[in-house]
Design a binder for this molecule. Structure first.
Ligand code: PAF
Length: 509
């Protein structure tokens, strides 16, 4: 049932009768399609109750006339929220949120690092005001999920920091900036723009898009040139900065993803926009021993995030298969080098929506899973020339990114600059049990559990002690021990981590 809640008492009653968790969408009203997208995304995400709040927070306005002129469209807001997935709308009074004598109020200071850049430079106290109201609302509403737009990227980072430092058990979900048909990001303040001012904003947003394209080709950006171009159009630029997307410190040459963010004045109205600059699309690196659940998890992640799936283990197995089949003396460097010159490994989707692996045009998907290959692959993978050759091949496949790769040295050697590095593991007992029930591997099913455990221990020892690219946790990798977790739980965990490290705006939609 759709409910309008107008006081703290009503909120408390409503909450105490709820049987589900809450998705919370805070707003200041005058809802546009960006807000609607937040509400409808929350609805689609899960079966929780969707609560939208409408409260114009005086504490976050650094300019009195902006507060007075802030557009109020409550009737439309109620209609559009309810018809797009809101279950309840909370419209508190100022006294509810800020009781007289500041009773129950904790004034929050936003993270200094995150609020000193960009909008924080000129809007003194703005982010403290945002944090104070959101902290109050979170304590009153106690949601499971908080939905925020990436349009206000700096606000999103500051609120993520608030949720972490105040130890709220709340997940923050974000949605990409929603733009009008002319490319301008939707904002409640857009209605203040005259026709000519809107034209200026359009020019600004378009310049950011052009910078993004140039960066992809040239991997550099000329801020002064952009400001000059904007000034020539009589656009008053408050700031335009190229920063690291999560720390908001100056972007470094090594950063694959960075943010170009700016604020301009169009008449009385101040508007912000940004683009994420990328040298290549994001990469997820998943390393770990056999039986950790790596392959199943990686395949599902690739499917869910629409990323390419790169099974590097299959490449080592395919090469081992070829060396054995063609009876190559792989310990003879010259002979091995000659063979490698003519090796081609390709992956192709098959009719079961899985991948087949081909080496020199042989389809070896099934055969590379035999015990014969399992027992030799570790030894062959420790040969320097083999590793150099396959690492090179893997980097070629991953040159433009947009993939999730699984293996044993992805985070350490192949893609050390991956946006997310995972070290997936499980106890030997658990891995042996999984191996035994692996329907793909007939041989494993026929070996008894004790023998399987010994084989796994031996493989671990070989993999983690080999001289080149040993199986170790990469710098910055997050270790996940999968014992006791379902596959879907592990997949969700990794996707949440990915969403924390990669803006939704640049994820493949
Ligand atoms: O982004 C907004 O609309 C506001 O800053 C918020 C998060 C609702 C707090 O007042």
């Amino acid at each position: 049932m759709q409910k309008i809640i107008k006081s703290l008492e009503e909120l408390e009653n409503w909450r105490s009768n709820l049987k589900s968790d809450i998705n919370f969408i805070p707003t200041m009203g005058n809802l546009h399609n960006g807000h609607i997208k937040l509400i409808s995304t929350a609805k689609k995400d899960n079966f929780n109750i969707n609560l939208v709040s409408i409260f114009i927070n005086p504490l976050q306005f650094d300019n009195k006339s902006d507060l007075v002129n802030y557009p109020k469209t409550i009737e439309n807001d109620l209609k559009s929220s309810f018809s797009n997935g809101a279950d309840a709308i909370f419209i508190p009074s100022t006294e509810d949120i800020y009781p007289p004598n500041n009773k129950n109020i904790t004034f929050i200071k936003a993270s200094v690092e995150l609020s000193s850049a960009l909008c924080g430079l000129n809007r003194i106290g703005h982010f403290d005001g945002v944090c104070t109201v959101v902290y109050r609302l979170l304590n009153l509403i106690k949601p499971k999920n908080l939905y925020l737009g990436e349009k206000d990227w700096q606000q999103l980072l500051i609120l993520k920091n608030l949720v972490t430092t105040k130890k709220f058990n709340i997940a923050i979900k974000s949605i990409p900036t929603v733009r009008d048909s002319d490319g301008i990001p939707l904002s409640s303040r857009n209605i203040h723009l005259s026709k000519s001012e809107r034209k200026l904003m359009r020019f600004f947003s378009n310049e950011l898009l052009i910078a993004k394209k140039i960066f992809k080709q040239e991997e550099k950006i000329n801020i002064k040139k952009i400001i000059k171009k904007l000034s020539a159009e009589k656009i008053s630029v408050e700031y335009l900065e190229h920063l690291h997307p999560y720390t908001l410190q100056h972007a470094g040459v090594e950063d694959n993803i960075s943010i170009l963010a700016g604020a301009i004045r169009c008449g009385e109205t101040r508007l912000i926009d940004h683009v994420f600059l990328m040298k290549r699309s994001p990469i997820i690196a998943i390393d770990g021993p056999a039986g950790s659940g790596k392959s199943t998890v990686t395949k599902l992640i690739a499917k869910k995030l629409k990323l390419l799936y790169l099974d590097t283990g299959a490449m080592y197995r395919a090469l081992s298969w070829l060396l054995i089949k063609e009876n190559i003396d792989y310990e003879n460097e010259k002979k091995l080098q000659n063979t490698l010159k003519n090796v081609s490994i390709v992956f192709k989707s098959n009719t079961n929506s899985n991948q087949d692996v081909f080496i020199n045009n042989y389809c070896v998907t099934e055969e590379i899973r035999s015990q014969e290959i399992s027992s030799i692959v570790s030894q062959i993978s420790s040969i320097k020339e083999v590793r150099q050759f396959l690492v090179e091949e893997q980097r070629k496949i991953g040159k433009s990114g947009g993939l999730v790769a699984e293996g044993r040295d992805i985070g350490t050697t192949v893609f050390p600059d991956a946006e997310l590095k995972i070290f997936l593991t499980a106890s030997i007992d658990e891995r042996a049990k999984r191996r035994k029930s692996d329907t793909k591997s007939k041989d494993s099913r026929e070996i008894d559990l004790i023998k399987l455990k010994e084989l796994i221990k031996k493989r671990d020892l070989e993999d983690s002690n080999r001289e080149i690219s040993p199986l170790i946790k990469a710098h910055g990798a997050i270790e996940i021990i999968t014992d006791g977790y379902s596959i879907n739980e592990v997949v969700d965990k990794i996707i949440n981590l990915y969403n924390n490290n990669v803006p939704k705006e640049i994820q493949i939609q």
